[in-house]
Design a protein around this ligand. Structure first.
Ligand code: PMP
Ligand code: GLN
Length: 375
């Protein structure tokens, strides 16, 4: 019998495959199509001939751990202990899977806010635990009344994702205040904060759990170098957790990957001396603004985009098809692939919204927009 009878193939795989089959411009799965910084590829080329090809220590290449400590301190003024609070992972996906496997028990409940990214549900189910999925408000702010109602004596963990995939929404000070007030009533509940787009926010600054002293002691914060350095295929990320939780997380980590790809860790370690993550915000803000401008005369209605490299758009004035059918037709008839937002909801809520990834070179964005303006 299947352990995951209701889990199919990820929508990102489905849409990317279909995009390739129809030779469509792929704005569905989130990954950049522009070239990686030459300084980074040069480091990798040089390292290939050096003695860097064996296992690193289980929790990460030691010098990289120190560089991450500096990065977190610079970004959020938080001092992380590299030996006890930091773990390099094979991307955020493994960080999330490992955390859930390590900390969630049989029959526990985990609060997940919908629309939600697809890598939370399966690891919860594999623990024989229950994902309790609560819809965000229509403007994608947390609905605190519904969230509080969803808490029970079985609640073990709550997962938040900020900046948010797919909606591009970011959390405000008052969202965090409300979360802190709620969690004070549930001192045993663990928070898992997926912050992979932490350096991609625009008009407002990202508020990280790293800077919330009331939450740090109970939170696992997850980051991804794939997003921050345009290398999603490298699958290198990290998590920060308080020592008592980290002890459990490492027990599982050592038997999932033991240690992460050595050459990529060392390359990122060197690259961190050359690059500033603060450049990312301007880079993607220009992309966002350009893509929105290109679509301004289309029949799509563009939703606000406060962060991430995703633009959500309504096609309600174009078609009343369900969003999966619409996305498939967008590929076959117009040659552009997007992601239907209903797939991020447990209840399949279909608000006639699609997600476009604008982490693409300008030529690709221009051609895609030309096609989308014809819809
Ligand atoms: N969380 C979110 C919200 C994501 O969008 C992604 C992937 N883009 C991940 C986690 C996984 O990141 P990684 O590729 O580092 O595993
Ligand atoms: N996170 C990427 C997205 O949202 C997808 C990564 C994947 O395909 N697993 O598009």
């Amino acid at each position: 019998m299947s352990k995951l009878p209701n889990i199919g193939t990820s929508i990102f795989t489905v849409m990317s495959k279909m995009a390739a089959e129809y030779n469509a411009i792929n704005l569905s799965q989130g990954f950049p199509n522009f070239t990686v910084d030459e300084r980074l590829t040069n480091i990798v080329a040089r390292l290939a001939n050096e003695n860097v090809h064996q296992y690193t220590p289980m929790s990460g290449y030691p010098l990289l751990l120190l560089k991450i400590v500096t990065l977190v301190e610079k970004s959020y003024s938080r001092i992380v202990q590299p030996e006890t609070e930091l773990l390099v992972t094979a991307g955020a996906t493994q960080a999330i899977f490992t955390t859930i496997q390590a900390l969630v028990n049989n029959n526990d409940e985990v609060i997940v806010l919908d629309p939600s990214y697809d890598c939370y549900e399966a690891p919860i189910l594999l623990c024989n635990a229950l994902p309790v999925r609560v819809d965000l408000n229509d403007d994608y702010t947390p609905n605190w009344e519904c969230i509080e109602k969803a808490f029970s004596s079985k609640t073990k963990m709550m997962i938040i994702n900020n900046p948010h995939n797919p909606t591009g929404k970011i959390w405000t000070e008052s969202d965090f205040k409300a979360l802190e007030t709620l969690l004070e009533k549930y001192p045993e509940v663990i928070l898992l904060s997926d912050e992979v787009y932490e350096y991609i926010t625009f008009e407002q600054r990202h508020i990280s759990v790293h800077s919330r002293t009331k939450l740090q002691h109970r939170t696992i914060v997850v980051s991804s170098f794939g997003k921050s350095f345009h290398v999603t295929g490298w699958k290198v990320g990290y998590l920060v957790a308080p020592e008592n939780l980290m002890k459990e997380v490492k027990k599982v980590h050592q038997f999932i990957v033991f240690s992460v790809n050595s050459i990529c860790q060392i390359a990122i370690c060197e690259y961190l001396d050359l690059v500033s993550v603060s450049e990312l915000r301007m880079f993607y803000q220009e992309k966002r603004d350009y893509f929105r401008k290109l679509l301004q005369n289309s029949r799509f209605q563009l939703m606000p985009c406060e962060g991430t490299y995703f633009q959500v758009a309504s096609y309600a004035s174009i078609s009343d098809e369900d969003d999966v059918t619409f996305c498939k037709r967008l590929i076959t008839d117009y040659g552009v692939a997007a992601i239907p937002i209903s797939t991020f909801y447990a209840n399949g809520k279909d608000l006639k919204l699609v997600r476009f990834c604008f982490a693409k070179d300008n030529k690709t964005l221009e051609e895609a927009a030309k096609r989308l303006c014809g819809v």
